[in-house]
Design a protein around this ligand. Sequence first.
Ligand code: ZN
Length: 471
Amino acid sequence: MAEKVAHAHAAKETEKGVQRCINRACRATFGLRERIYACPRCGETLEIDCRLVRPHDPSALRKYWAAKRTSKLPRDASGVWRYHDVLPFSETAPFVTLFEGNTPLFHAPLSAKYCGLSDLRLKHQGYNPTGSFKDTGMAAAMTQALISGARTAVCASTGNTAASLAAYASRAELQSAILLPRGQVSPAKLAQSLDYGALVLEIDGNFDACMRLVRELGDDPSIYVANSINPFRIEGQKTVAYELMEQCLWQAPDHVVVPGGNMGNSTALGKGFQELLDLGLIKRLPKLSVIQAEGAAPLAHLFASLDHDPSADEERIPEKLTPVENPQTLATAIKIGAPVSWKKALRAVLRSGGKIIAVSEQEIADAKATIGRDSIGCEPASATTVAGIKRLAAAGHIRHKEDVVAVLTGHALKDPDYMINYHRGTLSLDSGAKDRTAPPILGAFRNAPERVAATKAAILESLERRRSLSD
Ligand SMILES: [Zn+2]
C-alpha cells in the first residue's frame, strides 16, 4: 500500500490523515478516531484530509488498481475498498462490504439525442446493493463505526440513507436505529429498512425534531451518527470518481453532471476529482455541474446570483445560504430546502468551471421516461441530470460533441408509484392528496396500459396500432 501512494504520516499507520474544519477562519484539525460530527470549536462541517502524496509513477498505481479487479479477496472485489490506498483507513481496519461500487457506465443514445448531444454516458449508482449511491459511503461509515467502538448506528432519514444504513449496520453486526416522524412516512419507504433489520423508531414530532434527537444521541458513547455530514461517508462516496475515471481509461470527461439534494454526492465527486488531479492520475478536472429541482433549489438560486459576477470564485462563497422553507418536488430524494454540504459542493463546482441550475417537474418527468426508454431507468431525482444537460446544451455550456457523463443515484424501483402515475397521466405535485389542486404533469412519453379483449385478433390489432405509431 504505502509504496503506491505515500502518506505523509505513513509511520502512524492508524492515522492516515486528519479531520479538518472547512471554515477558513478556523481550520482546526482533529484525529480520525475522534467521534465528532461537526467542528467542536465553530460548528462548521468537517472534511478528511488523507494527506495523499503524488506518486513518482502514477501509471503504476493505475495498473495496481486494475490488477485488483481479478483478485479473489472480498476487499478487492468492493468498488470502495479496492481504492483503500486513498482512504483514511489502516491496513487492519474491519472493512465492511456488500460488494458495493463496480457500477455500470452505460451509453444512452436516446438520452443523448434528447439532449442534442452526439453521445451521453450514464454512471448508474442505483446498481449498488440497496439500490442507491448511499452504499459506497455507508461501507466506509460503518467501518469507522466499528473502529470507534460504537454499538449502534443512528440516522434520521425516510429514504435511501435509511435503507443503506440498515443493510450496512447489520452486515457490520451493529444495531441500527432510524428515527422517523410518526404518521408522515409512506410504508413503502420503510420496507427495505425493516427487511434489513433496523429498529425503526416513530417519533411524535416532525423531521427536524428527529434530527435534533439524533444530534443529542450522538453524545452517548454507544452511538455512532451516520447522518449526511459524516465525513467518512464522503470518503466512501469519493471512490465513485476513481472508478469512473478507470472506466474512462483515465481521460477525464468534459462534463460530469449530478443531481443536487443534500449535496453530499457532488461534494464527494468534487473531492475525488481534485485528488485524482493532485495525484497525477488525470490531467484536468471535469466541469462538475449540479442540477436541482425548481421547488427545492436553494443552491441554484445562490449560484445564479454569483454567476453574474465574473470575479466570483471560491474566495467569495457567502457565509449563509437562504433555505427553501417548504421544498416541493416529486423527486423526493432531493426534496431538501437546506442542504448541509452546500459549501463544499459549491467550492467544487466553482473550482471546476461547472454550473448549478434547476429544472421543472415536467422536465424531470420526461427526462426520466427517456432514460427508461434507453433500457436504463432511474429514480426521479436522478433524471434531473438528463433534464439539466438538455438545458445546458441548449444554452451552449455543453457543446454537441463534448464528452458528458451523468451520475444516476437511485434505481427505478425505488419509486414505482411515480412511474405508474407518469405513464397513466395521473402524475401531479399533490398525487395522493385528497384535495388536488396542482395540474397533472402530462408526460411526452406516456405509455399507459391498454385494456384489450381476450382474443388473439384483438392483441394483434393492438400490436399493429402501436407499430404504426412508432414508425
Ligand atoms: Zn471550526
